[in-house]
Design a protein around this ligand. Structure first.
Ligand code: AMP
Ligand code: FES
Ligand code: ZN
Ligand code: ZN
Length: 312
């Protein structure tokens, strides 16, 4: 098949868009589309300072690459989680994030959870008893806390993550299966900021995972192929596989699922009343970030607990 834009042979075929492009035109198309989504969902303006959370994976490194190519002021943040899993997962992902930053002359902030708080994610997970023996819940909590802390302390206007359509559709699927109204109301390409909370954006939310893989490879970005070793057997992987079955039979199903949700939400047609907001927030007495739990925020509680247990 030929490229839609030139005479060359197409190298990326996107059935869901009925579009095929050669490598060169694909590498133009991705940033063009990203710029369109940034504008459409009012994510940020060229004057704002962006912090992109990079995990060393294809999505977040590609996002960084795209935003730089579009001319935005964007620095990176890597969080060292202390996960080994027999594949040296955290070390290897940090190495690749640093390599990308060095090669492109970009600024990368590195925060190591263990150095900062005394315990790695797997150790915190053991002592907190959250998440039934899997560290993912603790890891998510720590990542959100640290991303927001760095964005706020270093004066970034907005925090960008590399979530793609497959990630977003899987979360949406999970929240729909349980009709989790609060989560559904908060899910979207942009989560508005509030006093002490950075605005969060997901500029890749309309790209299929395989589109991001194709982009990273075509750009020659070296990224970590392995998933987090704890992701194996997780619910989100099961939802992704289920949606892929649907997608195979009905190309575009995933995109329609997500976009129709956004449309329905915008039109106020979600059948969930109540408005969303950051209700009843007060500053955590330990770290100062806004929290809705009484007294210390969940993150600081977890750290306190780990420190008490370590001292015992
Ligand atoms: P995940 O939750 O692993 O699917 O990652 C979703 C997004 O969170 C990634 O695209 C990154 O933007 C960000 N992220 C995940 N892990 C890290 C990390 N260790 N350091 C910084 N950002 C991360
Ligand atoms: Fe956090 Fe796997 S537990 S990335
Ligand atoms: Zn072409
Ligand atoms: Zn706190």
């Amino acid at each position: 098949m030929k490229c839609r834009k030139c005479e060359n042979k197409a190298s990326v075929h996107m059935r869901q868009h009925k579009l095929a492009l050669c490598k060169e035109h694909y590498l133009e198309w991705v940033p063009e589309q990203t710029a369109r989504f940034i504008k459409k969902y009012e994510m940020f303006t060229p004057n704002e300072k962006i912090l992109v959370a990079v995990s060393g994976g294809k999505d977040s490194l590609s996002l960084w690459d795209i935003l730089v190519r579009l001319g935005y002021q964007v620095d990176g943040l890597y969080l060292g989680l202390g996960i080994d899993g027999g594949i040296n997962y955290s070390h290897e992902s940090q190495r690749l994030a640093e390599k990308f930053a060095n090669e492109n002359n970009l600024k990368l902030h590195v925060v190591d959870i263990e150095k900062e708080y005394g315990h790695s994610i797997p150790v915190l997970s053991e002592s907190s008893h959250r998440g039934h023996g899997k560290p993912c819940a603790v890891c998510g909590l720590a990542k959100r806390h640290e991303m927001n802390r760095i964005a706020r302390d270093l004066g970034y206007d907005v925090l960008a993550t590399g979530h793609n359509l497959d990630d977003e559709a899987a979360v949406l699927f999970g929240n729909t299966l349980t009709w989790s109204g609060d989560y559904l109301l908060r899910q979207g390409p942009v989560l508005a900021g509030a006093e002490g909370l950075a605005r969060k954006v997901k500029p890749l939310c309309r790209f299929y995972e395989r589109e991001m893989t194709a982009y990273a490879i075509a750009r020659g970005i070296e990224y970590i192929y392995d998933e987090c070793p704890f992701a194996d057997g997780s619910q989100s992987i099961f939802y992704k596989e289920s949606l892929n079955l649907l997608e195979t039979a009905r190309p575009g199903a995933k995109l329609i699922f997500y976009l129709s949700f956004l449309e329905a939400k915008k039109a106020g047609n979600l059948f969930i009343e109540r408005s969303v907001g950051h209700a009843h927030l007060h500053p955590c007495p330990r770290c100062g970030q806004p929290t809705s739990t009484p007294d210390f925020c969940s993150f600081c509680r977890m750290i306190e607990k780990a420190q008490t247990e370590a001292a015992e």
